[in-house]
Every structure is written in structure tokens, then in C-alpha cells.
Design a protein around this ligand. Structure first.
Ligand code: SF4
Length: 381
């Protein structure tokens, strides 16, 4: 990445780490002293929607700009709506609901980072430590489901950010949304990287009996050193397998999402992830191939060279090779899978091991036929 490009996009340029070859001997890291442990992003990128921004012209300067490792802030708000229609040719038309904007899990590759700019924040550190909490989410859902024209189309919980991120322990909004869905017999899909979902086993079990829920746990690696820096506040793969095991034993349809596969970092783990997920009760699977759109390109590049200096060039070139010479990709149909030899190999592995472990073998649908509004006897349409 050119210096000019960096200056154009970094609100606060990370200090270039002076590598001392002797000090770093045997180390796989190029982390500067001010590395924010427990965060994925290490700085704030420019918000493309904001005209005026405070910047730090020279990082040694004394001013009121702070990039310290400040704690996560929860920004409570009363929202106007909670269910969004998503028209996406890659996944089809769907509805999603996200009680939180921003995600403290801090996955460095997260595509939802760019969405944080719509809220007036940065896709970088802000995304992980300024979490918008839609306090009235369950009430909004209830109102939405009461609309006479709503037809019980399944809604994806976590279509954008993780509904079981740490904020949920305090606010219980996901729990509230599930209780409303259970009351109305509204079907939902869930995707999470956090074992906190087990808290809601009781309601999920009830919904499972009615075929009203299908849940996926996202596992990207069994390598704890990698997970700790790549998805710093998520649950370990071992705990995620426990989630799959407990919930599938409780009658909840469970799957494993491998997202994203990153050449040179975790793509070789696909078989193990599918096998162990299957052994613990997962019956379906999906994957995405990494792409770095918008600000994620700069955040990921910085992260990659700080954490994996030994193979950063190789990984970066493989990414370019997989997206027509770039690392970002907006082409429908191609962007989620990539192209070229490495992307093709990942796709082949997915097909081969998916078949071997019996993934996606069954025809299974959420039940939309038993939806009812309180006071109604049954589905009236
Ligand atoms: S858990 Fe999901 S939403 Fe949260 S940062 Fe990671 S990828 Fe993004």
C-alpha cells in the first residue's frame, strides 16, 4: 500500500514499527508497543460520510486526541425500526434484525465495520468500542409482527452484527426478541461467534420443537493464537463446539459457518472445522471467502503486517489473486467466493468435505405456517 494511500485513509496513522531483527528473532509478530491487545483494529479509519474530522497531524504532538485503549461504550438509543429488508442477489431477499450496531467481538475482517460509518463513527476502533444499543428492540419487533400484512417470512438475527456480543449480557435484547418470536411463532435464523447463546437454551429449545429456529455458530480456526488476534473477543472454537453440542442435543437445528476463509491463515482448517462440528451435532454448513471492501482493506492490511510479518506479503498477494488483482470485490456472485486457484481449491474442499461429513444433506425448512398474533386462533392468511 502506498504512503499516499495510507494518508488518504488513516485518520490516525499507526506509527511504523521499527523492527529490530535481533529483538524479534523467533517472534511471529511485529507489534508496536502501543498495540491494543483485545482489539482487532488498531486505529480509526476516516469516515467517508463525514466532511470534517479531527485529525492528529503528528503523532508525537500533545493534543486532546486520544487513541488509548479506552473501554467499550454502550450508546443507548430508542430506534424507529428493528426489522430490515435486505435485497442481496448473493443470498436472496431476506429480513434481518440487529439489536446492536457495532460489535465488540472486533473481528478484523468484519464486513459490518463499514456500516458503522452510517452512524457517524469509524469502521476501526469505534466499531469495537462504540456500540449502539437499540433499547426498544423487542417492543419494535412486537409492533412489526402485529402488522396485518406481515407473512411470517423468517428473520435473520445477526444479519449484520452479532446478537450475542458482550452487550447482550447487560441488555438482554436478543433474549427479548426471541421471546417475542416464540410468542408469535415467528421463525428466525441465528448466527453467532459467542457461547453466550447457551443462556437462551430454554427458549431456543421451545422454538426448536416448533421448527422456528435454525442456528449457526461461526468457527474460523482452532488456532488460539490466531483467534485471539483475529477475532479477539469471540469464544474459543472449543467452546463453540460445546454450543453446537448442547443446542443440537436440545433439539435445535445447528450448523457451522466458516467465515471467512483466508488463504495462508486458516483455509487449511476447513476439513477439521466441518468434521468436529458434525461430530458435535451440526447438520449444515456454509462458508465465505475473505474480501476487504471499504475501510476493512486498510484495517486488515495494518493488522496483517503487525501480527504476521513473516507471511503478510504472501497472504496479501493471495487475496489479490483471488479478487481479480484487488482485495475488495463487489461483483455479485463472485465476491463471496473469490476466483482463481486458491479460491477454487477452497470451494473444492468445501464440496468434498461437506459431502464426506453429510452436511446440507437434509431438506429442512423453518415453519412459517403456525404464526399467530396474540388474540388470533391461528394463521389467518
Ligand atoms: S462477530 Fe460477526 S459482527 Fe461481530 S465483529 Fe465478528 S464478524 Fe463482525
Amino acid at each position: 500500500m502506498s504512503e499516499k494511500l495510507k494518508q488518504d485513509h488513516f485518520r490516525v496513522s499507526p506509527k511504523k514499527h521499527e523492527t529490530d531483527p535481533e529483538q524479534n528473532e523467533g517472534s511471529n509478530s511485529n507489534k508496536p508497543d502501543q498495540y491494543h491487545t483485545g482489539r482487532g483494529a488498531q486505529f480509526n479509519t476516516k469516515n467517508r460520510f463525514l466532511k470534517d474530522e479531527r485529525t492528529r497531524e503528528h503523532i508525537e504532538g500533545i493534543d486532546d486526541w486520544s487513541e488509548d485503549n479506552s473501554p467499550t461504550q454502550y450508546l443507548e438509543q430508542e430506534s424507529k425500526s428493528i426489522v430490515n429488508k435486505v435485497d442481496n442477489p448473493d443470498v436472496g431477499m431476506m429480513y434481518s434484525m440487529n439489536p446492536y450496531a457495532g460489535c465488540e467481538h472486533g473481528c478484523i475482517y468484519c464486513y459490518a465495520r463499514n456500516v458503522h460509518e452510517y452512524w457517524g463513527y469509524s469502521a476501526g476502533l469505534d466499531f469495537e468500542r462504540k456500540i449502539i444499543v437499540k433499547k426498544n428492540a423487542p417492543q419494535l419487533l412486537r409492533k412489526f409482527l402485529m402488522h396485518p400484512k406481515w407473512d411470517a417470512t423468517p428473520i435473520m438475527l445477526s444479519g449484520n452484527t452479532d446478537c450475542y456480543q458482550p452487550a447482550e449480557q447487560t441488555y438482554r435484547l436478543t433474549r427479548g426478541l426471541l421471546e417475542v418470536c416464540n410468542e408469535f411463532n415467528q421463525p428466525v435464523g441465528i448466527l453467532t461467534k459467542n457461547s453466550w447463546i447457551l443462556r437462551d437454551k430454554d427458549v431456543l429449545q421451545e422454538m426448536g420443537k416448533k421448527r422456528l429456529v435454525s442456528a449457526m455458530v461461526s468457527i474460523t480456526s482452532f488456532n488460539e493464537d490466531l483467534r485471539r488476534v483475529m477475532e479477539p473477543r469471540t469464544t474459543t472454537a472449543k467452546q463453540k463446539l460445546k454450543v453446537i453440542n448442547e443446542l443440537s442435543s436440545a433439539g435445535v437445528r445447528m450448523g457451522v459457518m466458516m467465515g471467512p476463509m483466508i488463504p495462508g491463515l486458516n483455509e487449511h482448517e476447513m476439513q477439521r472445522i466441518m468434521k468436529e462440528a458434525r461430530d458435535n451435532g451440526a447438520t449444515f454448513t456454509a462458508y465465505t471467502f475473505i474480501r476487504l471492501n471499504g475501510a476493512i482493506k486498510f484495517l486488515f492490511h495494518d493488522w496483517l503486517y503487525k501480527n504476521f510479518p513473516d507471511r503478510a506479503d504472501k497472504v496479501w498477494h493471495l487475496l489479490e489473486q483471488s479478487h481479480d488483482g484487488k482485495v475488495n470485490d463487489s461483483r455479485w456472485g463472485v465476491r463471496m467466493r473469490g476466483e482463481g486457484p486458491i479460491a477454487k481449491m477452497v470451494a473444492q474442499q468445501y464440496k468434498k468435505y461437506g459431502k464426506l461429513y453429510g452436511m446440507n444433506a437434509e431438506e429442512w425448512h423453518l415453519d412459517t405456517s403456525i404464526f399467530r398474533r396474540p388474540g388470533e386462533q391461528g394463521k389467518l392468511f
